[in-house]
Design a protein around this ligand. Structure first.
Ligand code: UAG
Ligand code: ATP
Ligand code: API
Ligand code: MG
Length: 489
């Protein structure tokens, strides 16, 4: 594409150099620059993209987008100065990939907990309705049945628009994606044309990044200004109620869902076992009985969110029923390790206070003996949640084994100490076993018949990040390995 064409659609302060040049690729990472690339410099949290201009040029970049005054001797390179390079990256990506989301039914899901679970449900329902479906989220990205590894929940804007483009090439017509609060603040989804926006809930998380709950709330709210068909909001969540009021002035219709408060889509006659939930989905047009293979009241909410999207898209109720029934579980979300039979072992991704409370309360409903929880908290992430999660585990478990999650650059002992401060406010028994495999071993060795062991925090994750090292680690595999070593299988 001609640089001139790209520049027509962005807000710029100054352009120095030739604009009638052909751009073959765009990148924000100098190491990915190629012949005829456009390199966009981002001032990051760790380093500054402006430092890597020479590196990008040496790899073939012929145009650079900057937000700072820079001195480049190379006259063959065009310099474009803008105010906000992250914003401009998204604008350029949309133009370069020809606005792919205009050709997709795009559904965005935001909220602290339940995004991944809800997107998996929506994908299964859409597949039953014979749609060709893409998915973008925490576990991986999917183009139909092709799985693509990912490192973050919501990709950077140009990676995202490229992914949408690949989806269109593969014949995808509908895409469901998780929209993280980071992505909304950092302009990763700017220009994406959402048909539907979904709000699950808002509780404490990511205060390292947003600093206040008010900022976190406002970040999430942004999604609902980017939608065209409707916004779907949890009416039982107090922040959901606030969104309903604050986006009331928009022309986009609002569909609400809930169990307690008045809402468009409701759940009635809820029944639960440790393996599943069953309830009547009541909509203005039909009522249908659903069964979902993940327990807990939180699953009812995620299902209501998913069904509200299906309702808005006029999907047949039989497809809804079959789609949900065929999704037996989402990897690492209240996933029972069936091979271990002496007691129940569950792997779950609860890494926020609210998620932990929900998951432990769901387990307590089916408690016949003790609940043993293996938990830690991630390093270089919100520190304020650590004592709170400790207190929740101490109050709701009979035994907590405090261990490491992904300590990243932090000292695992310090993170554990912060969790311990919370647990010590309760009567809950606890052990400290820093090594996660040893902690899982301690839990399984402690467990007796009819106990429930819950290993939380890492869910589907396949690695553990300690310092700068990334080690293979999968809670489910490790639990099975330990069970084998300890003669439990
Ligand atoms: C806080 C945050 O979101 N940071 C993201 C941000 O990093 P950054 O701006 O600090 O980048 P940086 O490392 O300082 O580098 C600045 C620029 O220099 C460039 N660079 C750097 C080195 C080099 O040799 N050449 C070069 O060009 C980088 O490509 C970058 O453009 O932009 C980077 C490029 O897109 C992201 O990789 C990075 O995500 C980091 C890894 C991260 O951990 N993010 C997490 C917190 C995150 O985004 N989480 C959310 C929420 C999860 C959820 O709740 O589900 C998510 O959506 O995943
Ligand atoms: N609606 C919900 N309300 C509260 N907790 C939930 C809900 N749904 C799931 N959970 C809990 O939160 C954990 C994470 O769920 P899920 O992965 O669906 O959320 P997410 O919003 O995608 O999280 P992330 O921000 O890490 O991407 C689950 O393992 C479960 O413990
Ligand atoms: N999406 C979440 C994942 C946290 C998972 C937990 N295992 C951790 O490493 O803190 C985040 O980036 O905060
Ligand atoms: Mg997720």
């Amino acid at each position: 594409m001609l640089l001139e064409k790209i520049l027509q659609s962005i807000e710029k302060e100054r352009v120095n150099g030739e604009t009638q040049i052909q751009i073959d690729s765009i990148t924000y990472d100098s190491s990915r620059a190629k012949e005829n690339s456009l390199f966009i410099c981002i001032e990051g949290f760790n380093t500054d993209g402006h430092k890597y201009i020479e590196n990008a040029i040496s790899k073939g970049a012929i145009a650079i987008v900057v937000s700072k005054e820079i001195d480049i001797a190379n006259e063959k390179v065009t310099i474009i100065k803008v105010k906000n390079t992250r914003k401009v990256l998204a604008e350029i990506a949309n133009v370069f990939y020809d606005f792919p989301t205009k050709k997709l039914d795009l559904i965005g899901v935001t909220g602290t907990n339940g995004k991944t679970s809800t997107t998996y449900m929506i994908r299964n329902i859409l597949l039953q309705a014979n749609r060709k479906v893409g998915l973008v989220g925490t576990i991986s990205n999917w183009i139909g049945s092709r799985e693509i590894d990912t490192t973050r929940t919501t990709p950077e804007s140009n990676d995202l628009q490229y992914l949408f483009c690949e989806m269109l090439d593969a014949g995808i017509d509908s895409c469901v994606m998780e929209v993280s609060s980071h992505s909304l603040v950092l302009h990763r989804v700017d220009g994406s044309d959402f048909k539907i926006g979904i709000f699950t809930n808002l509780t404490r998380d990511h205060l390292d990044f947003h600093e206040t709950m008010e900022n976190y709330f406002n970040a999430k709210k942004e999604l609902f200004y980017k939608t065209s068909l409707c916004n779907i909001i949890n009416a039982d969540d107090c922040h959901g109620q606030r969104i309903i009021t604050e986006i009331g002035e928009l022309n986009t219709p609002i569909i609400t869902y809930g169990i307690n408060n008045h809402s468009t889509i409701k759940a009635q006659n809820i029944g639960m076992t440790i393996k599943d939930v069953t309830f009547d989905l009541v909509t203005p047009k039909y009522t249908v009985t659903l069964n979902i293979g993940t327990p807990g009241l939180f699953t009812v909410y995620n299902t209501l969110a998913a069904c509200s999207a299906a309702y808005a898209l006029d999907i047949d109720k039989e497809a809804i029923k079959k789609g949900l029934h065929s999704l037996r579980s989402v990897p690492g979300r209240f996933e029972i390790i069936k091979e271990i039979e002496d007691f129940t072992v569950i792997v779950d991704y609860a890494h926020t206070p609210d998620a932990l409370e929900n998951v432990l309360n769901s387990a307590i409903k089916f408690k016949e003996n003790r609940i043993i929880t293996v938990m830690g908290c991630g390093g270089d992430r919100d520190k304020t949640k650590r004592p709170i999660m400790g207190e929740i585990s101490g109050s709701l478990s009979d035994l907590t084994i405090i261990t490491s999650d992904n300590p990243r650059s932090e000292d695992p002992k310090v993170i554990i100490k912060e969790i311990k401060e919370g647990i010590e406010k309760t009567e809950g028994e606890y052990l400290i076993v820093e090594d996660r495999k040893e902690a899982i071993k301690a839990a399984l060795n402690n467990a007796k018949k009819r106990d429930i062991v819950i290993i939380v925090g890492k869910g589907h994750e396949k690695v553990q990040i300690i310092g700068k090292n990334v080690y293979p680690f999968d809670d489910k595999k490790v639990a099975l390995e330990v069970a084998r070593e300890e003669g439990l299988l």
